[in-house]
Design a protein around this ligand. Structure first.
Ligand code: FEO
Length: 396
């Protein structure tokens, strides 16, 4: 028995769950796995929308055969060709050699480059339509959400938006497929972790896409990852709108690198003073222990950001440098930033944090705390002052 789930009139979820892969894109941990969602519309002509990662080809093709009996799909729509969704295309075409592969010109270029598939192409432009019989598919090009070729497919009869990566998240679908079938709170953080780490860099393009899709009557959002939104699609659109504007909630994320505990003492002092200043949401992360993807998730969420590091080999602690580079690459915005650091026989940490602030046009909150070897009473007083000033800015 396959794991096919009816979504709405003639529309089926034919995706798979991946509970084996440790790292998405070989970078981002998957403690709760991930789903690769694919969909099938069974009409006079049959369309399949996106495929799955190559690791799941057999069960995926079985899902299609179980849904269609002896019939064959007519169209394969590629909304997004990143290999977590296109890895099964070659096997798909071998199983169904007559399949018409639908995508925009950029999709086709990548299809040839990844898989040497040069025939059966149906090239579509923005707002083109394919008529399946009862169901009509409209194509909306949404470049850079998450790759240049990304587009979304809107099915008119049911108001279903097949959105590619957009509105998706980490976490397998453990029986429940729809937002009203699962405890959506369980998925909230993993959806934002997906957004902040995978799509967030392209937030301006997400804003363009949201604006472009605003005239569609969307009843269901069917992303390539995570739950299908049929009960409350407005909610995930609203979340994406806020996240892509980089709007923040009140709270402070503190991230530090400390080899022997001296820099950590500064962290504890600042955190305690933030609490006495009335800040309730305070998240403290040791960069050596927690994967950056979880830290970035909270940095995307909270307005306050306090970064500190020891010095290592006359530069900043390497793991902190890794985080800074990712944050620079994502062009993070709208934080109240504080910085601190330590050194023993050479500086280096604070100057890199100042460079980070400069690169992203942040003016760090005063004072920048820099200790030599271990903190003095004067240094602790500076920590209290920094916490007070950060808290004050958050309250404004
Ligand atoms: Fe789920 Fe951009 O791939």
């Amino acid at each position: 028995m396959s794991n096919v789930v009816p979504i709405v009139d003639d529309v089926y979820w034919i995706g798979v769950n991946d509970r084996t892969t440790e790292l998405f894109e070989a970078i981002w941990p998957l403690p709760d796995g991930v789903s690769y969602n694919s969909y099938l519309i069974d009409d006079d002509e049959v369309a399949v929308i996106d495929t799955v990662k190559e690791t799941h080809i057999d069960s995926y093709l079985q899902n299609i055969k179980d849904t269609l009996g002896g019939r064959h799909p007519d169209y394969l729509i590629i909304n997004h060709i990143e290999p977590d969704h296109s890895g099964a295309i070659k096997a798909f075409k071998e199983a169904f050699p007559e399949i018409q592969i639908v995508g925009n010109q950029k999709t086709m270029n990548l299809l040839e480059d990844f898989y040497e598939i040069e025939d059966n192409h149906v090239v579509v432009s923005d707002r083109d339509t394919i008529d399946l019989g009862e169901h009509q598919l409209n194509f909306h090009l949404t470049p850079m959400v998450h790759w240049p070729e990304t587009m979304m497919t809107y099915e008119e009869k049911t108001g279903t938006l097949f959105s590619g990566d957009a509105f998706g998240g980490f976490g397998t679908l453990d029986g429940g497929i729809f937002d009203d079938e699962v405890n959506i709170k369980h998925y909230e953080s993993e959806i934002r972790r997906y957004y902040s780490n995978i799509v967030g860099k392209y937030s301006p393009m997400v804003q363009k896409a949201i604006s472009k899709l605003s005239d569609l009557e969307i009843e269901i959002i069917a992303s390539t990852h995570g739950p299908v939104w049929r009960d409350n699609p407005e909610r995930i659109i609203s979340d994406y709108d806020r996240w892509s504007k980089q709007e923040k909630e009140k709270g402070v994320v503190m991230v530090y690198g400390s080899m022997y505990g001296n820099t950590q003492k500064i962290v504890e002092e600042i955190a305690r003073n933030l609490a006495t200043e009335g800040i309730k949401n305070i998240k403290v992360y040791n960069i050596s222990k927690t994967h950056v993807s979880h830290i970035i998730n909270d940095i995307w969420k909270y307005e306050g950001l306090i970064l500190g590091s020891c010095t290592y080999n006359m530069g900043i602690f390497p793991k902190m440098d890794y985080l800074l580079r990712i944050l620079e690459n994502k062009n993070i915005r709208n934080h109240t930033l504080g910085i601190f650091g330590s050194y023993s026989w050479s500086g280096g940490a604070v100057s890199r944090l100042e460079e980070f602030a400069d690169n992203l046009n942040y003016e760090p909150v005063n004072p920048t705390v820099e200790i030599k070897c271990s903190a003095t009473e004067e240094d602790f007083a500076d920590c209290a002052e920094l916490a007070k000033n950060v808290a004050q800015q958050l309250k404004e």
